[in-house]
Write a protein that binds this ligand. Structure first.
Ligand SMILES: CC(C)(COP(=O)(O)OP(=O)(O)OC[C@H]1O[C@@H](n2cnc3c(N)ncnc32)[C@H](O)[C@@H]1OP(=O)(O)O)[C@@H](O)C(=O)NCCC(=O)NCCS
Length: 149
């Protein structure tokens, strides 16, 4: 998938050679950490399972300016690692990237879920604007260390 839009950016699928820049991007946007399992193998596996990692790049420089990682578990789509490079925030790029992400969701045909920190008001405003609603009575749990199971 490639979407060109007028502001000098395009949205395309992840390619292998993006990885090193991606790590720096997720660092700069505080989206990625090794303990979250954000590695090359995980990306490739999620794509193999029917997901997508959308990359927004600046046409003039080829720089990665946004990412949206959509994973599919057979029942729902999960939207994560959604962000825009700090220097490029505040000019509508997240709107463009989210709309492109909805293109994936529509094609996939299943509900879409996401997690957002309760203090992240910019992201919450964005998601609410497009119709996402909080599951108010739920907390999010994770078991990171499975070695003792
Ligand atoms: C949240 C984030 C993606 C917004 O990116 P952005 O490019 O600045 O957003 P846009 O300029 O496209 O604005 C899109 C919408 O976001 C919300 N938003 C953006 N900046 C905002 C601000 N300063 N105050 C309130 N809402 C804001 C608004 O709903 C806005 O829509 P509007 O323009 O109609 O008001 C960006 O701040 C980011 O990447 N943050 C770090 C990573 C992150 O936290 N990702 C979310 C993980 S769940």
């Amino acid at each position: 998938m490639t979407t060109d839009f007028s502001a000098g950016f395009r949205i395309r699928d992840y390619i292998d050679s993006d990885y090193d820049e991606l790590v720096n991007f997720w660092d700069a946007t505080e989206l990625g950490r090794p303990e979250r399992g954000d590695n090359k193998e995980a990306i490739e596996e999620t794509i193999r399972l029917g997901g997508a990692l959308l990359i927004m790049e600046e046409k003039a420089t080829g720089r990665i300016t946004g990412t949206s990682w959509l994973t599919y578990d057979g029942r729902r789509v999960f939207l994560h690692h959604f962000g825009i490079l700090p220097a490029y925030q505040g000019r509508g790029l997240a709107n463009e990237l989210l709309v492109a992400s909805f293109g994936f969701v529509r094609k996939n045909g299943h509900q879409v879920k996401l997690e957002v920190h309760s203090s992240n008001f910019k992201a919450i405003n964005l998601y609410r604007k497009y119709g996402f609603e909080p599951l108010s009575d739920y907390e999010v749990y994770i078991l990171r260390d499975i070695s003792k199971l």
